[in-house]
Write a protein that binds this ligand. Structure first.
Ligand code: FE2
Ligand code: FE2
Length: 169
């Protein structure tokens, strides 16, 4: 799955953003839901985070014209949105429900990492998208006015894949 994701990103990302993606070491092998309560495929199996990301990326690429923003930002938001699903070091046994806030706070605190590729407004959009990628279920959600268009798009893709409504290929 990593090869398929890399190929898709290489084709659709700028080289600078692809380097950034590579340095982030996105976890791809763990299951999207450790309890098996969410994300079930039609045959009852639980996809890996890699499959989840691949479906979201493939769908976003097909729907590229939806958002009038830097497409690197859309792609990086997708690859990074669940980065701490198993905690900061990926070592937690169970997937966790605070990963939206953990990811967003880390982007805010490490904004320098993103600055070579994105400007300040874009880094803030990325933080907002990760913070609210669970829509009204997000830990920091108070009302819908907090959600940027990119956050909405990410929420749509995330829910779409969780409910088997989208596909990557
Ligand atoms: Fe998530
Ligand atoms: Fe997700």
């Amino acid at each position: 799955m990593k090869d398929k994701i890399d190929e898709l990103l290489k084709e659709n990302m700028s080289p600078e953003c692809f380097d950034l993606y590579y340095k982030l070491h996105i976890p791809l092998d763990q299951l999207t839901s450790s309890s098996g309560k969410f994300h079930q495929r039609l045959n009852g199996s639980i996809p890996t985070q890699g499959e989840h990301i691949y479906n979201m990326l493939g769908t976003a690429i097909k729907m590229k014209q939806t958002l009038d923003i830097n497409f690197d930002l859309v792609l990086i938001a997708i690859v990074i949105h669940d980065i701490f699903k198993y905690g900061y070091f990926g070592l937690r046994e169970k997937s966790n429900y605070e990963h939206d806030r953990m990811g967003a706070d880390a982007i805010k605190e490490s904004s320098m990492v993103f600055k070579g590729v994105f400007n300040g407004d874009e880094v803030r959009m990325l933080e907002n998208a990760v913070r609210f990628h669970m829509g009204r279920f997000s830990n920091d959600f108070q009302d819908y006015s907090q959600m940027s268009p990119l956050a909405w798009f990410l929420f749509f893709l995330d829910m779409g894949d969780t409910n088997n409504a989208i596909k990557g290929d």
